[in-house]
Design a protein around this ligand. Structure first.
Ligand SMILES: Nc1ncnc2c1ncn2[C@@H]1O[C@H](COP(=O)(O)OP(=O)(O)O)[C@@H](O)[C@H]1O
Length: 286
């Protein structure tokens, strides 16, 4: 993993203005970095899947529940859940040199530059490697084709789970999101009941309420206003949707339509992933 983080950083910093089209797999390599060089360097970051934990990516629109399901799966599979949005928010709250620049971008719903994101991700991977972490579930990265190409240049992704939810529900879910300012727990106060229409079934998503000791400490993300959520959805459709085709053409995409809230969806997701966990199925449905 330490090797992987170094490779990510090196690839990103060399990739400003990437235009060279490598013959194999249609992957564009950074100009100034020969494909053969990155190819052999990338091999260092490629460990036989049998000798490491899973390396998965979660895709999905803002508010779909990537964080919730990726975090549950990471506990079940004992791999770190790495959410680049969390890394950005940590940097924002640290009042470090980047925080003002980041706040302006994030609060408008725009994407942070690849260089900044890869730097934050590399640091996170380095810290994890120092603690002996293996494997990951990435949430919020990659978010553009260029990020996916950089990732593909340095390591193998085993599976990409694309969570899908009807669009009319997504804004409501984002507006209901709350976080406990003390324990960092994520909750949702929205009680969503969407009518069935045009052949699609109705949907009920119960709120995910915090325990009483978190109730008075709930905060709302600055980028979860209606205007910014709509902008984030627009940017997702523009910049991140093409990733579905990118991974589907590589035979890595698992599409999963969320049938409802967590009690209904979690057991079905485990089934789709072929993961046996009867204890957790019961506790999730509780
Ligand atoms: N891979 C990334 N590339 C660029 N910007 C990112 C990336 N991941 C997170 N961000 C920034 O952090 C913000 C919050 O990310 P996240 O929590 O993943 O949002 P969402 O709930 O919309 O999926 C994004 O709107 C964007 O500004």
């Amino acid at each position: 993993m330490a090797v992987l983080s170094r490779l990510l950083r090196a690839t990103a910093s060399a990739s400003r203005g990437m235009t060279t089209l490598a013959p194999e797999a249609g992957v564009r390599y950074p100009t100034g970095l020969a494909a053969s060089k990155i190819g052999s360097a990338a091999a260092l970051g490629r460990v036989d899947p049998a000798e490491r934990n899973v390396q998965w990516v979660f895709l999905g629109c803002p508010g779909v529940g990537k964080g919730t399901y990726a975090s549950r799966l990471s506990q079940l599979l004992a791999v770190p859940h790495i959410a680049t949005g969390d890394l950005v928010r940590e940097e924002l709250s640290s009042s470090g040199p980047l925080s003002e620049q980041l706040a302006a971008i994030v609060n408008q719903g725009k994407l942070v530059s690849d260089e900044i994101i890869i730097d934050l991700l590399s640091k996170r991977l380095e810290n994890g490697a120092a603690k002996g972490e293996s494997g990951f579930i990435l949430d919020g990265f990659p978010r553009t084709i260029r990020q996916a190409e950089i990732l593909e240049g340095v390591t193998d992704i085993d599976l990409v789970v694309n969570l899908k939810l009807r669009e009319d529900v997504l804004v409501e879910k984002c507006l209901g999101r709350r976080m406990c300012s003390q324990c960092g727990g994520n909750f949702n106060v929205a009680s969503i009941s969407a009518k069935g229409e045009n052949g699609r079934p109705g949907m009920y998503m119960p709120p995910l309420l915090p325990p009483s000791h978190c109730m008075s400490k709930l905060i709302t993300r600055a980028d979860d206003t209606e205007e910014v959520v709509k902008e984030r959805l627009r940017i997702y459709n523009d910049m991140s949707k093409p990733l579905e085709e990118f991974y589907s053409s590589r035979g890595k995409l698992l599409e999963f339509d969320l049938p409802g809230g967590i009690p209904e969806s979690w057991p079905k997701l485990l089934e789709a992933l072929n993961i046996e966990d009867s204890d957790n199925k019961q506790s999730a449905a509780a």
